[in-house]
Design a protein around this ligand. Structure first.
Ligand SMILES: NC(=O)c1ccc[n+]([C@@H]2O[C@H](COP(=O)([O-])OP(=O)(O)OC[C@H]3O[C@@H](n4cnc5c(N)ncnc54)[C@H](O)[C@@H]3O)[C@@H](O)[C@H]2O)c1
Ligand SMILES: [Zn+2]
Length: 364
């Protein structure tokens, strides 16, 4: 088993990332080792629960561990305060107290929502996360961010609350749709681009199909990306400096998600376009060699992430990029690469350049 102790300084607490094919069946053991107390409260959804809930429940039953089980409807639209409130009610019904533990079983939506409920119930009770999407295994499960959406903004109500355990079992990804795999790979490519040229090279040698078929290599890269994210988060838990590098591709990516009302692109798909845009900007500003931008482009295509902007209205994208509409396109923060492993943050990208890059992305 590959384990990683995440460094959490504020407030000091422990969080351990465990990754191994088949680890799900060991859940009962892992909970006991981590000295987590019941009653446990499992939160999943109708897509994941019926497939993997039984293994989780059996592992607890084998150890005589008491639990209750609850499902939230599937989808980002349900990551909201109403569902959090419903969870609080069921947590009270189940008699959860300060020592109880919430178990989030699902993708990033379940991780964020169940984590948020745990962070706020009785001013915070422990939770663990069993991420079941690639994106959640390499990204959403690490860093302690938990949140729900508000009709007017995504992730606007939230907190920092680290899971005490993160249990990543690559085998559960066998039922994941291909688009979701590719979306997860966008975050893997992002981490490689900002922090590991050697991982970037490994990815260049393989393809999505290789990792879909070879769970040993998949386990290795999931663990490697988890290490990258945890070291960046450990160095800057509250996103005051280097943690911002994790937003490579996200400035434009978030704008695209917002303009398309989170319906057209999966998160990683939007981030992939954002990384291509950021690479074009860095080349135009003379920071990045065109050959490196080409490698990023090729790698994204290799992992089925060569998506177009199609018919999206350019002005709407620009509007979504502006944090403060009165200030126009100034001060929009971009993470740009000077090279692989060498990111920088700048808010000095000329607005004409942003426009021309969006036009180029539209014409491709
Ligand atoms: N907290 C963080 O640091 C952080 C970071 C990145 C993203 N996020 C959040 O994560 C969410 C996106 O997460 P996601 O991409 O995992 O999406 P998701 O949780 O919506 O899962 C995607 C789809 O796959 C299904 N699914 C999950 N596991 C499956 C499996 N093993 N087999 C088959 N289907 C499965 C889900 O039910 C869902 O329909 C967003 O809400 C985003 O804001 C949070
Ligand atoms: Zn992301």
């Amino acid at each position: 088993m590959r384990t990683l102790d995440l460094s959490i300084t504020s407030p000091p607490s422990s969080s351990r990332y465990c990754c191994r094919c088949g680890i799900l069946s060991d859940l009962g053991n892992l909970l006991e080792e981590a000295e987590l107390k019941g009653p446990f409260f499992i939160v999943s959804n109708p897509t994941v629960g019926p497939v993997y809930g039984r293994r989780v429940k059996e592992s607890l039953e084998d150890r005589g561990i008491a639990f209750s089980y609850s499902e939230v409807p599937d989808g980002e639209i349900h990551k909201n305060l109403l569902e959090a409130r419903r969870l609080y009610e069921r947590m009270m019904d189940a008699g959860l107290n300060r020592q109880s533990t919430v178990i989030a079983l699902g993708g990033g939506v379940i991780g964020d929502l169940a984590g948020f409920a745990a962070a706020t119930y009785m001013r915070g009770i422990p939770h663990i996360f069993i991420p079941t999407t690639l994106l959640a295994q390499v990204d959403a499960s690490i860093g302690g961010k938990v949140a729900v959406d508000h009709g007017r903004a995504k992730n606007i109500v939230g907190s920092f609350h680290h899971p005490r355990l993160i249990i990543s079992d690559p085998e559960v990804l066998s039922t994941l749709e291909r688009r979701q795999w590719a979306s997860g790979f966008a975050e893997i490519i992002k981490s490689a681009a900002i922090a590991s040229a050697s991982l970037f090279e490994v990815l260049e040698k393989h393809s999505l199909t290789h990792f879909e078929e070879d769970y040993t290599s998949l386990e290795e890269i999931i663990y490697e990306v988890a290490c990258i994210k945890s070291s960046i988060v450990g160095a800057d838990p509250f996103e005051k400096n280097v943690r911002a590098h994790l937003n490579f591709g996200h400035t434009l990516g978030h704008a695209l998600e917002s303009v398309t009302a989170y319906r057209r692109y999966l998160h990683g798909e939007a981030v992939a376009i954002g990384m291509r845009g950021a690479a074009m900007i860095a080349v135009e500003l003379g920071f990045l060699q065109p050959s490196v931008a080409e490698r990023i482009d090729e790698l994204l295509s290799r992992y089925s992430l060569s998506l177009s902007l199609g018919t999206i209205d350019e002005e709407k994208i620009l509007e979504a990029l502006m944090l403060d509409k009165k200030r126009g396109l100034h001060n929009v923060k971009f993470v740009l690469l000077k090279n692989l492993e060498d990111p920088m943050v700048t808010d000095l990208v000329p607005s004409d350049l942003i426009r021309s890059v969006i036009r180029r992305l539209k014409s491709q």
